[in-house]
Design a protein around this ligand. Structure first.
Ligand SMILES: Nc1ncnc2c1ncn2[C@@H]1O[C@H](COP(=O)(O)OP(=O)(O)O)[C@@H](O)[C@H]1O
Ligand SMILES: [Mg+2]
Length: 413
């Protein structure tokens, strides 16, 4: 038996047999790790032979770096590698002893929803569904999934839908339809990073910094309280699978960081819109380590990389490593101009870029502490990917402006 242990706060969640298991909380409270370990244990036990798990996210490609990684990590941690097989294409995890399997789906468009509706397993039945980052889902997606979980089961088996998420928006359907709804079928659970004894000191320090710089964000991501509806800087970002999409141009954007995240983003351009298609987002890494990660992630060296101009030494290191790194020239009001420019076009993010997705969907305007009104200035916290995106857009933004003045291409890349 392995020495893996659970956080105590989740004990009641792991024991409940309610049809709906609604688990919200701050970032880093241990929800995903716990649910992954809980399902692996259940799916490994002879008692639940014939039970399979469906895992759902907004976009299917997001699974690889999140739920799939967490479930295979849980298998490792629990020392159960000898009875589980995992496969990348298509993503599947299968128990060798009892045939139980885990399958992964998204619900981003009609095709994905058809795939979701027709999902089946080689043996037994799908009795459990894990909706990770459940706020990505529409209530109609949830109804489709809920409808699937019907039909007679053996005495000891039970259907269960688990939702894990940060309570980002008090206007969300999950709040009205599940969290605020009184029913014996609904088990509700809240946790914060303070309940997670595996969290490291660096993480706690970042959270305390957030408490100071971004009190509203801290309520959601630190205290696990429902957030306010308004104030998003980019309220309608599109998430999708753009692996095979053809682009007209590419740019790179880099925001340096150590205590807060370093972010390098590869952006593809199509019809004037940016698509974030690759990301390297890490904390507490040296420039050398980051360059190594960029090489591993195939960040191209023949594409212009626009960087935060405040750190010329790090730009130089990137240059020496072969990247075409340049500082972004700062102008007056550049941040508000850059944001206004970006707000005028659709932003697309590949589902594999989980950090960028999460950050941009939480990026808010600052609130005036005295009047409570939103100001014309974003919260300066957790904005590393947004900054990298802004820098990466600079050549395109500037070119269009110059273009409109004096016709003709500039051939910036
Ligand atoms: N039971 C556990 N055993 C070991 N590490 C854990 C456990 N639970 C959480 N952690 C650690 O805490 C971090 C945050 O947990 P995670 O499940 O990602 O939080 P959440 O999903 O609530 O944001 C994980 O990356 C993992 O390193
Ligand atoms: Mg999580």
């Amino acid at each position: 038996m392995s020495s893996a242990t659970f956080n105590k706060i989740f004990q009641s969640a792991n024991e409940t047999k309610c049809r709906y298991r609604v688990m919200l909380g701050s970032a880093g409270s241990g929800k995903s790790t716990n649910v992954a370990m809980d399902y692996i244990l259940k799916l490994s036990s002879p008692e639940y032979a014939g039970c399979s798990l469906l895992v759902v996210r907004g976009v299917e490609v997001a699974h690889l770096n999140s739920t799939f990684a967490e479930l295979t990590g849980a298998i490792d941690r629990l020392g159960l590698n000898s009875i589980w097989d995992s496969k990348l294409n298509p993503l599947t995890i299968r128990n060798r002893t009892n045939g139980n399997s885990i399958i992964f789906r998204g619900c981003s468009d009609q095709r994905a929803i058809e795939r979701l509706k027709s999902v089946s397993v080689p043996a037994g039945k799908i009795v459990w569904v894990w909706l990770e980052e459940a706020t990505e889902l529409k209530s109609t997606d949830f109804d489709i999934i809920d409808d699937r979980c019907r039909g007679k089961l053996p005495e000891r088996h039970f259907y269960q839908l688990t939702l894990t998420f940060n309570p980002i928006n008090s206007g969300h359907w999950i709040k009205t339809q599940l969290w605020d709804y009184e029913s014996p079928d609904i088990f509700k659970h809240k946790s914060t990073y303070l309940d997670n004894r595996f969290i490291d000191e660096g993480y706690k320090a970042r959270m305390l910094r957030r408490k100071e710089l971004d009190p509203e964000g801290y309520r959601i991501y630190g205290e696990g309280e429902w957030g306010e509806v308004g104030g998003l800087v980019f309220p309608s970002v599109t998430i999708g699978d753009y692996k095979d999409k053809e682009f007209e141009q590419y740019t790179l954007g880099t925001d340096f960081g150590f205590n807060h995240s370093h972010a390098t983003l590869l952006i593809g351009w199509c019809d004037g819109s940016p698509y974030v298609i690759r990301e390297v987002v890490v904390t507490e890494k040296t420039t050398g380590e980051i360059i190594e990660l960029c090489n591993k992630a195939d960040i191209p060296k023949n594409v212009l990389m626009y960087c935060d101009s405040a750190e010329p030494d790090r730009i130089k290191e990137f240059k020496s490593a072969g990247f075409k790194a340049y500082p972004v020239s700062k102008e007056k009001n550049s941040v508000s101009n850059q944001i206004a420019w970006l707000k005028n076009r659709q932003i697309y993010i590949d589902g594999r870029c989980s950090h960028t997705q999460k950050e941009i969907q939480a990026y808010k305007w600052r609130k005036d502490p005295t009047t409570g009104e939103y100001m014309d200035e974003p919260v300066k916290f957790n904005d590393d990917c947004v900054k990298a995106l802004i820098y990466g857009c600079e050549p395109v933004r500037k070119q269009t402006r110059i273009k409109s003045m004096e016709k003709g291409a500039l051939g910036l890349w």
